[in-house]
Design a protein around this ligand. Structure first.
Ligand code: PPS
Length: 299
């Protein structure tokens, strides 16, 4: 058990406006180093609005690149150390930038929740491959609510009703879901090394999505390897796997909620009242004007 878990949890952080996006100190405190981060041409960046499937895709990519060559990683290094969270900085943990700089593997797989306008420019200059994973807003907000309850350095989520309102206003860490998914969707039109994926497609056809991801990367794993990966990244396997389920991550209170919580499409129906759903849908129509970007709230 690590040092921080034995202590009292640290105080929750406050949200503040940072260049028009709601942020906390643990995201902005290494901003200069994040912005001047030196990406390498073979770096792979996984980008998501929080709770959209980052860990799932991280695990798949890690297995594809290192599952055969370094199997010891699978039993000894938690996913949050294999795939650094670029803008994260909270003592006594190493900052995401330090972690990424210290990685001796190639390619480096790095995760971020930054909106498109904040991505360090070296990723564009090096023409890095980028995965964007998006999840429908209703399941995304439910997952985020439970996460904010259990990750004790997040701003206090309050009750569900007020949380939902703040999500709609973009007053949660990393700002507006609507701006995030739209900003990255727009980027896809001009940056060809961006593979935009949906959590719902991953749930419906994991194998098919892994195939698409491999063809984007130019990888051709064997049938056997793909079968193995498919098994290891199933929700039930990852939930049991201490290297994937964040059970050793400091500052999370697993008595409140689990990191690998439900892993479902449509869990929002267990949270939204009829009135909340109507208000949400009305607001959604006004914010999501691009007909080419469509989400599924059930499959
Ligand atoms: S984070 O903190 O932003 O990195 O979280 P992230 O990994 O993006 O999202 C966590 C949610 O993804 C679910 N998850 C999965 N669903 C299906 N299959 C697999 N393998 C899987 N792995 C993670 C996880 O359970 C969280 O969603 P909820 O709805 O809360 O269960």
């Amino acid at each position: 058990m690590c040092f921080l878990q034995q202590m009292e949890f640290p105080p929750r952080q406050e949200l503040f406006d940072f260049h028009g996006v709601s942020m906390t100190q643990y995201v902005t405190s290494t901003w200069e180093r994040v912005q001047t981060f030196k990406a390498r041409p073979d770096d792979i960046l996984i980008v998501t609005y929080p709770k959209a499937g980052t860990t799932w895709v991280s695990y798949i990519l890690d297995l594809l690149y290192f599952g055969q060559t370094s199997p010891e990683r699978l039993t000894s290094i938690p996913i949050y150390d294999r795939v650094p969270f670029l803008e994260f900085s909270h003592l006594p943990m190493h900052s995401g930038v330090e972690q990424a700089e210290n990685l001796s593997i190639s390619p480096r797989i790095i995760k971020t929740h930054l909106p498109v306008q904040f991505i360090p420019k070296s990723f564009w200059e090096q023409n890095c491959k980028i995965f964007y994973v998006a999840r429908n807003a209703k399941d995304n907000v439910v997952s985020y609510f439970h996460f904010d309850r259990m990750l004790m350095i997040q701003p206090d989520p309050g009750d569900w009703n007020s949380y939902l309102k703040r999500f709609m206003e973009g007053k949660v860490l990393f700002g507006s879901w609507y701006d995030h998914v739209n900003g990255w969707w727009k980027k896809k039109q001009t940056y060809s090394n961006l593979h935009y994926m949906f959590y719902e497609d991953m749930t419906e056809d994991t194998e098919g999505e892994i195939d698409k991801l491999c063809s984007f990367l130019g990888l051709s794993p064997s049938v056997e390897e793909k079968k193995q990966i498919r098994g290891e990244v199933h929700f039930d396997s990852m939930k049991k796997n201490n290297m994937a389920n964040y059970s050793s991550f400091p500052t999370m209170d697993f008595k409140i909620s689990k990191f690998m919580r439900k892993g479902k499409v449509g869990d929002w129906k267990n949270h939204f009242t009829v009135a909340q759903n109507e208000e949400f849908d009305e607001d959604y129509k006004n914010k999501m004007k691009d007909p080419t970007l469509q989400f599924r709230t059930e499959i």
